[in-house]
Structure formats: structure tokens, C-alpha cells
Design a protein around this ligand. Sequence first.
Ligand code: COA
Length: 399
Amino acid sequence: MTTTAPPAPSAPAAAPVFKPGLEGIIAAETKMSFIDGEKGVLEYVGIPIDDLARNSTFEETVFLLWNRRLPSKAELDTFTAELRANYELPAGMVQRIESCPKDATPMHMLRTMVSALSMYDADADTVEVAGAGKKALAILAQTPTIIACFDRHRRGEKFVAPRKDLSFAANFLYMLNGAVPTEAVARAFDICMILHADHGLNNSTFTARVITSTLSDVYSALTGAIGSLRGPLHGGANEEVMVMLGEIEAEAKKQGKPTAEVVEPFIMGRLQRKERIMGFGHRVYKTIDPRATFLKTFSKQIATDTGNLKLYEMSSQIEAIMAREVGAKGIYPNVDFYSATTYHSIGLKLDLFTPMFAMSRISGWSGHILEQLDGNRLFRPAAKYVGPHAAKYVPIAQR
Ligand SMILES: CC(C)(COP(=O)(O)OP(=O)(O)OC[C@H]1O[C@@H](n2cnc3c(N)ncnc32)[C@H](O)[C@@H]1OP(=O)(O)O)[C@@H](O)C(=O)NCCC(=O)NCCS
């Protein structure tokens, strides 16, 4: 008689690890962006970000992220035409945006209106990859229209319909200002869109993937991501940078001193009070963010061209103080630091900085949504319970 050997004892399960903020935990695979935080490297599908910023366009970059390869000329033309065909909002959306309170925060408005788009889509719940991709394309194309429509509404100006003969970047500035931008300004904005398109599993991207993993819809995932992005520790930092630069200028005016003399005591005061300097530090980069390296040179050039070097000079002075004071801790400028001065130099309003970040990042979020759908596994981490056990229920009258 043969006997079956008893099963080998299974290896003891590794003790679950608790990492506050999930720091260093790998929670998903992606083929879109690669980051080396120690060396300051960012690549989209293997191509250094600097190379893309210099040579690509936002449309081509989105194709690259979504298809994991550069397009042929014909493919890029088709993709661009599809994007442009979706610039217009569904009937009724313009009135919906124009019914928003004029003093609403643009990010609250954007989050609400991206969510509202789902009500105009009879097939909103599709989570099959190709169908979800079509929705992502439409939402990406319509987000600039939503932002520009709202900005004009709050200024009491009439809606300017999108123009299909203009690029994503130029069309947005056209709808915002009612005039086609110069080539230099449109290109500057296009580059900002490229630089913000994707960035690994940052908080908002993770949010989009977590929502997608329940097989909820693309609109919900993007709405949640917008909510995450607006936090001051994430995309909201670029607005905070401008607020800080404005405070320094106001302080200089108050004291009747040149701005350069006020920067040092202002920054040192903040650091001594243990306050954060917005636009510095990053969970992943422990050296200068490569997007900031590019934007630094770029913002200097734009500031020189537009004759407005004051903010750029103030920014470089802050960068030098921060390198001296906290460089050893790996605190360097991140993408938000010089994007603030770049946006300001091309005449964009402060409270549109984060919506513009969202407008670009919808491409990255969407790529991650599609990656998540392709081989989905529900996100369901565990919490470490640190409360009491076997506690007694005390009736309310006895508490
Ligand atoms: C982005 C950010 C949240 C990453 O933070 P993190 O990885 O959790 O880093 P920590 O909060 O652990 O900070 C590590 C140390 O650096 C310091 N530090 C981090 N960011 C700093 C900043 N912006 N200004 C001054 N000191 C900063 C912290 O005070 C801490 O110092 P300590 O060790 O002496 O206490 C953080 O750097 C920050 O708040 N930056 C400002 C907001 C910003 O620009 N966000 C945009 C990110 S793209």
C-alpha cells in the first residue's frame, strides 16, 4: 500500500510591513515613465524627458505614453485629428459651466465638471480597454475647453469655441484669451504640458489606479485624481510658489528695500520656523528634479524674452539659499518651482496653474487607468490596527 506523503510545511508568511505613506512600496507595474530619484532621471517609455521637451509635442508625447512607442507621421496625424475632433463639449456642458459661481475655485470646478461629463455619455461605464481609451481621449480633449470656458465666465466674457486647426496647447490659450498665441508662447506652454504628462505612481496617479481597480468608470477615476492633485503637497504647490514670491515682493515693498535683500531673511525665517518652502523637496527625487532643470533654463529664456526677469532672479536666489541650508537633506527644486515662474511669464493666472497641471496629467492618469484595466487586480491593502481589544460596550446612559 502506498501512502501519500504529508504536505511539506509551508514557509511562514513574511510579516506584513507597515510603511507610512507607502514609501518605497511597489504597488503597480508601468511601461510609461521611469524615475531614478538619486540620479535625477525621468524617462517616458525610455526617452529622457529633456529630449522630449526639446523635440516632441504634447500630442506625440501622449501617443508615446498610451502606445509605448513613437508614432509614424500618419499615426500622429490620425491621433491629432481624433483629439481635435473631441475639443468641443457635449451640448449643455457650456451652460452647466456658466452656471457655476464665478468665485468658485477652478480646481473644484474642474473636478465637478469632469465628473459631470459622465452624465452626457450613455456608455460612461465601459471598462473594456479600447472603449475606456476612447473616453480618455475625449476627456483629455475637453478639459482645456472646460477650464477656458470657466475662466471666461468668471471674467464676464463670452465662451470662445475651440478651433480644430490649433494644437492642444495653442487651442487652450486661444479659448482662454480669445486670440491665437504667438508660436513662442504656444511652444512654451506645449513644453510645460509635456513635462507634466506622467510621473510614475504619484499620489493622484495611484488614486486613479485605485478607483479603476474596483472596475468603476474612467470619469470617476479621473475625478478622484483631480481631487488628489489639488492638495498643496502635490500639484497645488505651483500656486503656493507664486504666492510665496508675491509675499516676498510685498515684504520688500513694505520695508522699502530691493527684493534681493529681503529674500534671504524671508526664507531663513521660514526654515527657522520649520515651515516648508513650496516647490522644494520630493518623495522620490533626492537631487534636482530633471523637469526643474529644464524649466529653470527655459523660464530664464522666457523671462528674458518677456522682459520680466525679476521672478526668475528671485527664484534662483531662493534655490541657492535652499541648496546651502537643506541641500544635504536632498531637498532641491521640484517641477513646481520653476513652472510657477514659467506660467507667470507667459501671462497665465495663478489659480489656473494647478488646473493646467491636471489638463496635462489627464494623459498620464489615463495611461495608468488603461494599464490597470489590462490585468486588473483590486487594490485592498491592510491597516495595522492599533486600537483596544475586547472593550466593553457601555450603554449611553452610563457613559
Ligand atoms: C514633497 C514633500 C511632501 C515630500 O516630502 P517627504 O518625502 O515626506 O519628506 P519629509 O516630509 O519626510 O521631509 C524630510 C526632511 O526634509 C524637510 N523638507 C522637506 N521638504 C521641505 C521643504 N519644501 N522645505 C523645507 N524643508 C523641507 C523636512 O522638514 C524634513 O526635515 P527633518 O528631517 O529635519 O524633519 C515635501 O518635500 C514637501 O512638503 N514639499 C513642499 C511641497 C511641494 O513642493 N510639493 C510638490 C511635490 S512635486
